[in-house]
Design a protein around this ligand. Structure first.
Ligand code: TXA
Ligand code: MG
Length: 341
């Protein structure tokens, strides 16, 4: 573990970063913080190194990876072309939680990164340690979230170690991440920009800058355009149900399950946490500020694993702004299980 204080002086050269960069140059995998979640990085051009990511995560190999860059020059070396709309978005939102799917330049990154697609997903993370690591290594870094496949994404170095200790060269500890859910994946390779995965940059913010933005159909049965979206994700160990209704409705579900002898958890918010009687009640941020819910979501899902509950009921959230990403992740964690009043 390389601990680096979160307050970063841009001019300073951190020996911890240099050491982590050296591991990357020799083809090893290193976990690092970004503004969204921790990533597990490897040299995107080195197939053997990229294969170590899939092995460490237990990730299906048909699921492509995001390439992380620190400069526009790096994007130009990876993409065959940059559509005008992508250029506009880079200027407005980079560095930041927006991943752009672009036509790929042949041979620039390993085929394992793009999983045989003709496109490549690229993003510039808004985190000083991530940018310093990319620069120090001199590499474009393929990096999925640094969790075991199917587990909630890591928002602290402790989460990374809980999943991957012994499977990776190391982790740069930069403290808890800020956004808490992954980047928005936007396909810019077609006619109309299409959101393949809602995330840190909202649809509303994208529309304000580029006008029309589509959303990929959420139907899990049809071939998904972001291949990663078809897998069960972010799941706590106990089955999770989303209760679409007021607290009184959720409480009724809790009472029924407890009457059956089950130990029941409730995923709620600061505003509502005192309204429930259950075995475990965990508040995930504040409803009046949904950014805080996004920030805390994965940590709370992991916390439930330590409580030994048999079942979790979660409140639902409005699907506006960052709420779209929150509900997307909650639905995946719930395997699509939603109960309506
Ligand atoms: O915030 C994030 O994006 C984090 C941090 C570490 O940067 N990374 C992340 O990576 O979430 P990952 O691998 O867990 O998710 C990448 C998503 C997947 O849904 C994948 O299918 C999609 O991006 N993706 C990658 N390359 C693609 C491509 N060429 N076309 C369409 N989707 C792609
Ligand atoms: Mg992931």
């Amino acid at each position: 573990v390389w601990v680096v204080d979160n307050i970063v002086d841009k001019q300073q050269i951190y020996p911890q970063i240099q050491e982590a960069a050296e591991w990357l140059r020799t083809g090893e995998v290193v976990a690092f913080p970004t503004e969204t979640v921790y990533g597990l990085g490897a040299d995107a051009a080195n197939t053997t190194a990229v294969e170590k990511i899939f092995a460490a995560k237990g990730r299906p190999s048909d699921n492509p990876l995001i390439v992380h860059v620190a400069s526009l020059a790096q994007v130009e070396s990876i993409a065959a072309s940059i559509p005008p709309v992508a250029k506009t978005l880079m200027e407005r939102f980079w560095p930041g939680p927006l991943t752009l799917v672009l036509p790929k330049r042949d041979g620039a990154v390993s085929e394992r990164v793009t999983a045989g697609l003709s496109t490549v997903a690229v993003r510039m993370p808004d985190h000083p340690l991530a940018l310093a690591l990319i620069e120090a290594s001199g590499l474009a870094l393929a990096a999925p979230s640094a969790n075991r496949s199917g587990r909630p994404s890591p928002t602290t170095a402790a989460h990374v170690l809980a999943d991957l200790n012994g499977r990776i060269a190391g982790v740069i500890d930069g403290g808890p991440t800020g956004v808490g859910v992954e980047s928005t994946v936007l396909d810019c390779s077609g006619e109309v920009p299409t959101i393949l995965r809602p995330g840190g940059v909202t649809k509303e913010a994208l529309s304000e800058v580029i006008g029309r933005v589509e959303e990929a159909a959420g139907d899990e049965q049809t071939a998904p355009k972001a291949p990663g979206m078809k897998y069960t994700h972010y799941a706590p160990k106990a089955p999770l149900w989303i209760a679409a209704g007021p607290p009184s409705f959720l409480q009724r579900l809790v009472d029924e399950s407890r009457a059956e002898g089950k130990t029941v958890g409730v995923l709620t918010t600061e505003e509502n946490k005192n309204r429930y009687v259950a075995d475990v009640v965990l508040a995930c941020g504040a409803r009046r500020e949904l950014e805080t819910v996004a920030q805390r979501l994965y940590d709370v899902l992991r916390q439930f694993d330590e409580t030994g509950v048999n079942l979790i009921y979660s409140e639902a959230f409005p699907e506006e702004g960052i709420g779209a990403a929150i509900m997307n992740r909650l639905r995946k964690a719930a395997g699509g299980r939603v109960i309506s009043e």
